[in-house]
Design a protein around this ligand. Sequence first.
Ligand code: HEM
Length: 243
Amino acid sequence: MFSNVLFWDIAPYVTLAVLIVGTWWRYRYDKFGWTSRSSQSYESRLLRIGSPIFHFGILAVFAGHVMGLLIPPRVTHWLHVSDYAYHLQAVIAGSIAGAAALAGIGLLIYRRFTRPAVSAATTRGDKVMYVVLVLAIVVGLYCDLIGTGPHGGEFHYRYTVGLWFRRIWLLQPHGEVMINAPWDYQLHALIGMVLFTLWPFTRLVHAFSAPIAYLFRPYIVYRSRAVAANGEMVGAAAPRKGW
Ligand code: HEM
């Protein structure tokens, strides 16, 4: 079927091409715009709660995807991990990570639209990106939790979605395996591809330049105490020792 070839054999390569060329283009022509466009100076209380919950959650989701999509089942069989045990840990760990990512992004979006200064710094591109990002997370969680029921309790996506995903990188597209994946898994993969094509043109590019240590770095000091020309101390607070 043509739609099958289009969605599962052609679309992944279009996605990769847009992601790679788009990222290069963005870096080449918008180096100074390559930023998360932090809004911390407009509001920091909700950001301090929502941002780490979202980022730690999505990092765990990413690790789960690497494990589930890139590692073939024969490796886990070799390690004496049954499909049932694999599925169980994937659903438990995945749901916790996905729920954290959803709660975090929910709080960040709430903040974005209830704090006027943050809203004013929000572009149309940000809004589109939020919609696609939230859809990817919600449908992923649906696959994990609700979708698991109607599929007979356990759907072993590694034999369909995982196989399809690995073949893309081997330049041996094998889209027909996706016909055997339930609709929610297909929808989730399609939304994922849409998100990756938007990636280079949004604030998400900051993910490519965020070193891991970024998560544990000291706070950025936005204002420090300084001595004005007349000798008076100005600034918000005295600098603290350490970080
Ligand atoms: C083409 C790309 C993608 C593929 C093939 C894919 C595949 C999958 C699969 C198979 C599951 C279900 C895991 C299970 O049933 O145990 C899942 C879950 C999930 N996905 Fe994706 N995904 C993709 C992209 C994304 C993106 C871009 C996001 C968000 C930024 C995302 C977020 C999630 C979340 C939150 C879950 C539920 C928690 C979890 O199991 O990790 N996915 N994904």
